[in-house]
Design a binder for this molecule. Structure first.
Ligand code: DOR
Ligand code: ZN
Length: 421
């Protein structure tokens, strides 16, 4: 039997009623006991004095780019970025080359994840063949192979009949809600600011039209719908409708939509170019409120690595995307929790307990006897500088480059194993 005692950490898991000093005994990868004092002879001990223990974070939305775009990220570098951010389970999106739209490709991702062996990687399969939006992919076969959800992320399944059949057939279906016909060539939120700056706009209705249709299709089919990266206040109105009708609809928000508004585009810095775009301060405030009330269920990073040569020069040419895994917790902790705009409990639940609950990951997302020993340990007073060197991702497209953040990761523990980077 493999045993480990985590000693004297401040254990914080609101879902488990834990907020105090405890020892945690881990046996064979599972949490075996949580108690004020656990002493056993001949057992490895990790002293967590002064540190805080959370359930391991679970990201429902990341891009690891393998296969096809390994120059941006691969399953190994993405896993290392996850570990550095306290994430123990990550769902990887299928917009790779070739895309993950078959059982064989799901197998491939799981085999690579096993070879790397750092964190729990769960593949998301494409909804349509080739992510082309036309024919349904083999969702059942992908599910059998280990896909935990389906998404054409990066593109909306604009054909309502195809989306209807997807929702009837399998789930969860994760929608990238964007009616692109409304915003060709758009780069930032469409507003008086986009006109002032002379940057092509993407109206918030681009998202809301898609969210509304997908919720109506979830109602028609009874299907399981999850809405990716909600960015606008208007979308919340439709999610509220889904809630009151008791539909099987959940939603996520990214750290960047909680932390920035469109004003940052005054810098013309492509680091802020992301899809959906950063919207108004009113939208940002509404997203924080929705997270607090539970209307938005989870925080997902949309970790979207892009190489410097493609991202750092021209705002028009730069691809959309912001890194997320390594800065998610420290940035939200520094800029929202420490400023009193969000409580730590809501943040920790939205990063761990809630994603496990809404996607049905049994044994995950809690600090509880019998649960997997997936944990992250932080020094909540420690500060660090976000530099290219400090990041484990292959890419460095984050607006936090050069900023100091509070909240320093000490250990990420996956299945009872302390992962060394
Ligand atoms: O900004 C984004 N980047 N949004 C997406 O939907 C896709 C992602 C990517 O794959 O780079
Ligand atoms: Zn997306």
């Amino acid at each position: 039997m493999n045993k480990l005692i985590l000693k004297n950490g401040h254990v914080f898991s609101p879902a488990d009623g834990l907020d105090g000093r405890y020892d945690i005994l881990i046996v064979d990868g599972k949490i075996s006991k949580i108690s004020e004092k656990i002493d056993l002879d001949g057992v490895q001990i990790v002293n967590l004095d002064g540190y805080t223990v959370f359930p391991g974070f679970i990201d429902l939305h990341a891009h690891f780019r393998e296969p096809g775009f390994e120059y941006k990220e691969d399953i190994e570098s993405g896993s290392r970025a996850a570990v550095a951010g306290g994430f123990t389970t990550v769902l990887v999106m299928p917009n790779t080359d070739p895309p993950v739209d078959s059982a064989e490709m799901v197998d491939y991702v799981l085999r690579r994840a096993g070879e790397v062996g750092l964190i729990n990687i769960r593949p998301v399969g494409a909804i349509t063949r080739g992510r082309a939006g036309k024919e349904l992919a083999d969702l059942k076969l992908m599910k059998e192979a280990g896909a935990v959800a389906f998404s054409d992320d990066g593109d909306w399944v604009s054909n309502s009949s195809v989306m209807r059949r997807a929702l009837e057939y399998e789930g969860p279906i994760i929608t990238h809600a964007e009616d692109k016909t409304l915003s060709p060539g758009g780069i930032m939120n469409e507003s008086s600011l986009s006109y002032e700056l002379g940057i092509k706009g993407i109206p918030h209705q681009t998202e809301e039209i898609a969210v509304a249709r997908d919720i109506l299709l979830a109602e028609l089919t009874g299907g399981r719908l999850h809405i990716a990266h909600v960015s606008s206040n208007g979308s919340l109105f439709f999610i509220e409708y889904a809630r009151t009708r008791g539909l099987n609809v959940t939603a996520e928000v990214t750290p960047h939509h909680l932390l920035f508004n469109e004003e940052v585009m005054r810098s013309y810095d492509p680091a802020y170019k992301v899809n959906p775009p950063l919207r108004t301060e009113e939208d940002r405030r509404a997203l924080i409120r929705a997270l607090k009330t539970g209307l938005i269920d989870v925080i997902a990073t949309d970790h979207a690595p892009h190489a410097s040569f493609e991202k750092e020069f021209d705002l028009n040419q730069a691809p959309f995307g912001i890194l997320g895994l390594e800065t998610a917790f420290p940035s939200l902790y520094t800029q929202l929790v420490m400023k009193g705009e969000l409580d730590l409990g809501t943040l920790v639940r939205a990063l761990s307990t809630r994603p496990a609950e809404i996607f049905g990951f049994t044994g995950k997302g809690r600090i509880k006897e019998g649960y997997d020993a997936d944990l992250c340990v932080w020094d909540l007073t420690g500060k660090w500088m976000v530099t290219r060197d400090a990041l484990h991702s292959k890419s460095s497209n984050t607006p936090f480059l050069g900023s100091e953040l509070t909240g320093k990761l000490k250990y990420t523990i996956v299945g009872g194993k302390v992962i060394e980077l």
